[in-house]
Structures are given as structure tokens and as C-alpha cells.
Design a protein around this ligand. Structure first.
Ligand SMILES: [Cu+2]
Length: 138
């Protein structure tokens, strides 16, 4: 192996590792797309392209969920929910029994949107407070 190429490779890795490390504390805003306040997603509406991954982060001290409305998905789009549930009822039941699917302070959840259209989602414990959001995939 060419020793200089090897050293360049090592240097490149350590630079990436260092910048990844700095990213955690230095600029949290680049780590998620949608934050959460006490009873709201911020922003409530978010636009992405087909194939993009959206990252939610619980930026509040209250537990929340990210749960899709089955009736609010484009046709043939897959259901999504923090906790990885297969449908809305499973997510509701799991939350009711032991708050499964909860995102606690600082927790993140991500989903990749493969089908264009509008996606409605909500937070199970704050649904009555209108903690809902929309992802527009264009
Ligand atoms: Cu909530």
C-alpha cells in the first residue's frame, strides 16, 4: 500500500470524526428538521423532496410522539410512527398501555418519504391540544 495515500486516508477520517463530534454540541440546529415545544411541532408544516429523510427532535422537556394519521397519507404511502408501529391503532394502544413510542427530551425520530403528497401526523398525548403537523413531499 502507498504509505502517503494511507496517511491521507487516516487524516481524512479523523477530520470527519472531529467535525462530527463538534457538530453535536456546537450547532444543534443542523441536526433536525422539526423541533417540538410544549404542545407543538416547530415548524408545523415542512416541505421536502421525494426520497428525503425528515428528522424530528424533541426539543422540549415533555414527552411527545410522532404518529401518522392513517387517513392523512397519500395513497400507497407507508405509515410512520415513533416506536416503529405498523398502524395508527397499534401506536395509540401502545402509548395508552405504557407510553411506548415516546420521544423524551433530546430524542430523535426520522422517516424517509418515498411517495409524493401531503402527510398529516400528530402527537398522541397532545392531540387534543392540536399538536399536529404536515409534511409536504414534492
Ligand atoms: Cu406532544
Amino acid at each position: 500500500m502507498d504509505r502517503r495515500a494511507y496517511l491521507r486516508g487516516i487524516a481524512g477520517v479523523s477530520v470527519l470524526a472531529a467535525s462530527g463530534c463538534l457538530g453535536v454540541g456546537a450547532d444543534e440546529s443542523t441536526e433536525y428538521d422539526i423541533g417540538m415545544s410544549t404542545q407543538a411541532f416547530r415548524p408545523e408544516q415542512y416541505e421536502v423532496g421525494v426520497g428525503d429523510t425528515v428528522v424530528w427532535r424533541n426539543t422540549s422537556s415533555h414527552a411527545h410522539s410522532v404518529t401518522a394519521y392513517e387517513s392523512g397519507l397519500p395513497e400507497s404511502a407507508s405509515f410512520f410512527a415513533s416506536g416503529g408501529f405498523e398502524d395508527e391503532q397499534s401506536a395509540r394502544d401502545a402509548w395508552a398501555s405504557q407510553t411506548d413510542g415516546a420521544l423524551h427530551q433530546g430524542d430523535s425520530y426520522s422517516h424517509t418519504f418515498e411517495v409524493a403528497g401531503e402527510y398529516q401526523y400528530f402527537c398522541i398525548p397532545h392531540e387534543r391540544s392540536q399538536m399536529v403537523g404536515t409534511i409536504v413531499v414534492g
